[in-house]
Write a protein that binds this ligand. Sequence first.
Ligand code: PRX
Length: 648
Amino acid sequence: MSEIFNPKKEMFNNPQFGSMEEYKALVADFDNDYEGTWAKFADEKIDWFTPYNKILDESNAPFYKWFSGGTMNVAHQCVDRHLDTKKNKAAIIFEGDNGDKEIITYRELAYRVNQTANMFKNKFDIKKGDRVVIYMPMIPEAAVTMLACAKIGAIHSIVFGGFSAEALKDRIIDASAKLVVTADGAFRKGKPYMLKPVVDTALETGCECVKNVCIVERNGEDINWVSGRDYSYNELIKSESSVCEAEPMESEDPLFLLYTSGSTGKPKGVQHSSAGYILWAQMTMEWVFDIKDNDTYWCTADVGWITGHTYIVYGPLAAGATTVMFEGVPTFPDAGRCWKMVEEYQINQFYTAPTAIRLLHKMGENEPAKYDLSSLRILGTVGEPIDPPAWKWYYEAVGNSNCSIVDTYWQTETGGHMISPLPACTPIKPACATFALPGIIAEVIEENGTPTTTGEKGFMCITKPWPSMIRTIWNDDERFVKSYFGDCKKDGKAVYFTGDGAMVSEDDYITITGRTDDVINVSGHRMGTAEVEAAIKKHDNVASVAVVGKPHEIKGEGIFAYIVLKSDEGIADELEEMKTINQLIKAEIGAIALCDAMAFVPDLPKTRSGKIMRRILRSIVKGEEIIQDTSTLEDPSIVGIIESIVKG
Ligand code: PRX
């Protein structure tokens, strides 16, 4: 599909960006005065308590600082400052798995955030800078807890509810968290599921830092209460005051940590700032989703991922919008659930991942036609490249060929969108993220900074610091520099490398070609091969293992493991072996990292120095012809042996 789709202007009334000329004019403003243009937005958008005195401090690059000297508060920016004009407007519309509904106005949200903030201070002694781990389902209390932390200056670290006790424990210990906020559990596909027992297991060993666990009672199932440690959120909140002063936060004070996978080692705690992060969350909400006062916006992500942070909670609320939160899954009770909700709430912007689009397409191709989806103006995608068939169905069946599709390219580390169409003006090429947003200097370059030739793959870099960028990896400045500023240089200066490859077309459109490192993108979520391999290696009978991504119809990529067993006596029962290995992965990481398939092989293709040639393994699993030079392998004959096992 190389066709260009021009936005339907009639869908947009006075948009934030009405024409490509306006877009180019702002890009030129940033070119002419980068810092000054950012300052203009910071002055206009942020309700500063005290003004900043430096726009960008590059003296300790790449530890950049934005808006130094200024103080503000993210919860104030997202909630309190709207109370004069929007107190009765819906801030959050919640729909539970079983269809229960709750509308929380900005006034009510302020009330609950303040009570929760007071509870954290008074009952759990949480102070500015303390870390709070949030392990919660998709219920309003998750957003309230995030904002309550922001209000008092505590740093939250959300751990996705699908992670195992072991993964939760690692993240709690790394952040040295004092408090864990969780729920008994929640509902999925009409049935209760549990979270608190996972927290109990995580805390059984080695989490001495945690003093208390605060539990939201959502599904009412029986849970274990540890006396003196565990407290009911629902009980404690009753006695808390609804008045709480916002803690003045320095621009650079950390707002949150969010752990994400890298190509090597353990997950890294990406640290985000207060002012720069919220500024870009709000700006992109306004630009990319063209959010208007009467709009109802729905992002289907989970708050456990960056998309949930920036585009369910912080961005929409900073922009004073109405954001929908959904506890359930898109296919329950049937594949029309999302479209029913779009009709019912008259959703104007719908934001989801290609994996969900593929699933909904497969399970309910004709479902969208059963509902009135005419309120939709913008359809968003995020997390992985969207394939043309999924794009086409989204555009035609869901958007009735009227909506703009914004294919938003960004990462946990970038805080907000980097490359995306602007819905009312960018001529869209399907499955292409199009152009960098104004203020973002995104370049596809060689390692030495030379721009790549048109149509050739290069490194996707952001060559100037931007306000919402990662500040460091928690506890590991060295890894931060090495992971992001170690590969590419421009004009002799280290620049931020995303880890992705990309290409630029003759007409300057940017297409992301995928990760260049050993990170697999499973259903739009990053999974480090090293993490999965470490889990598999815990199996007594595993001698070595290599994990690669395998194309998957719904997930985009699935996980495929090549395993060398110490003894193949038990191999008669491969299925059993696979089961136990997957159980291990589930316990070490969580169900999201389960292997879709495994091959038991006599050895792995290694160079003479012992390096595993993953590219060969990737080619084999895709059924591609091996074009790599195998002569440097210790044993070149292993390639054919592995191929025949995989073809089976
Ligand atoms: O490879 C890119 C892919 O997802 C990675 C970031 O993953 P994560 O930090 O988990 O954040 C996901 C949500 C922002 C990127 O390095 N990615 C994300 N969006 C796109 C994408 N690949 C292609 N097109 C996109 N729109």
